[in-house]
Design a protein around this ligand. Structure first.
Ligand SMILES: [Zn+2]
Length: 349
């Protein structure tokens, strides 16, 4: 065989490509990787799940799961408002007042009224009297809520400033879920890394939104800066887990802000070196949360992420998954783990 012939075979081999027509939905590759696996049944320290939604759950059934996997307490962020929210609060308080806490949900009913800010403060006061542990502003603030003139409301609209000042007077933490993952602001097409998830939830796509993700975060940060006495929690790593440098700069700039890591283990676990550095740099500012239906296996996957150096394993997720990747553990040291799992949350109650 001449040199040229051998070279040609090699060139042919490394150049070969195939067009396949296997449906993406039918493709379920099984990893052949063999590396150490550690199943963590119980967390090394008691855990507070600071971000969950339990409205429709039976508290007794949830308590059994909590006992089984070392969950001391869950914050139920109710998605109900008015009397329905108080009913939920009472249901969980009656079941176990120490192991459940309820965070209120911003009620936009009547947003077109001139006295809406006062109405909101009165509503919040009622929640506070019943023992709510915080108030959550969802992504509809900034993306869809409109005023009487049909104008999209800005998060940093100064008319709302009294609400955040009142929250400081009451020592009531304010959670912001502002914007969404970066991929949700891109077209739902062949280049979108969360294509299958967005195909399952087309209403999560904001590529046609008149306001960009960056603008929403800037509006939110203006509020963080305007109310230094108020404690804020940026849900989902402040909504920038894909860019931990941005999240770090935000935390450096606003000492009154915490973040929760709920529903973002997939993002954090695919960048284990950067994520580990982030947790070690802000051990007092990050809260454990899940934002997933309480299930034993779901909690155990979180512990595996936080406590082990396991490689390339499945992340905890809702049914439509976040993207076609796996995660790596970040083996946090005990002193950091204790804060993230529990102590940082305790300071906010
Ligand atoms: Zn949530």
């Amino acid at each position: 065989m001449s040199g040229t012939e051998a070279e040609d075979k090699f060139v042919a081999m490394v150049s070969a490509q195939a067009e396949v027509d296997l449906r993406l939905s039918d493709y379920h590759p099984v990893s052949e990787l063999r590396t150490p696996e550690h199943m963590i049944r119980r967390p090394r320290f008691p855990v507070i799940d600071y971000h969950n939604h339990l409205d429709s759950q039976d508290p007794g059934a949830v308590l059994k799961i909590m006992d089984e996997c070392g969950i001391e307490k869950i914050v139920n962020i109710t998605m109900r408002t008015g009397d329905a929210a108080l009913d939920v609060l009472k249901k969980f308080r009656a079941a176990d007042k120490d192991r459940f806490a309820t965070m209120g949900w911003m009620d936009w009913t009547g947003v077109e009224r001139d006295d809406f800010v006062q109405v909101t403060i009165d509503r919040l006061e009622r929640l506070v009297e019943h023992g709510t542990c915080g108030i959550k502003f969802w992504k509809d603030f900034g993306l869809t809520v409109r005023d009487a003139k049909g104008q999209l409301l800005r998060i940093d609209d100064e008319r709302f400033a009294p609400i955040f000042e009142k929250a400081a007077d009451w020592n009531l933490p304010v959670m912001f879920h502002t914007a969404d993952p970066a991929a949700f602001f891109r077209p739902i097409d062949a280049f979108n890394e969360r294509y299958e998830e967005l195909a399952a939830h087309p209403d999560w796509g904001f590529s046609n939104s008149p306001v960009s993700k960056r603008e929403l975060l800037e509006q939110r940060n203006t509020v963080f800066g305007r109310h230094p006495r108020t404690t804020f929690i940026g849900a989902h790593v402040g909504e920038t887990p894909e860019d931990l440098a941005f999240a770090s700069a935000m935390l450096d700039h606003y000492p009154n802000v915490h973040v929760d890591m709920s529903a973002r283990t997939p993002e954090l676990g695919r960048q284990p070196y950067t994520a580990r550095k982030f947790f070690l740099r802000f051990p007092d500012r990050i809260l454990f949360g899940t934002d997933l239906l309480p299930e034993i296996s779901m909690y155990r996957l979180h512990y595996r992420f936080f406590e082990t150096a396991d490689e390339y394993f499945e992340y905890p997720s809702h049914a439509s998954r976040q993207g076609r990747w796996n995660i790596y553990g970040i083996f946090l040291p005990d002193d950091v783990l204790r804060k993230i799992y529990r102590e940082n949350a305790l300071k906010l109650f």
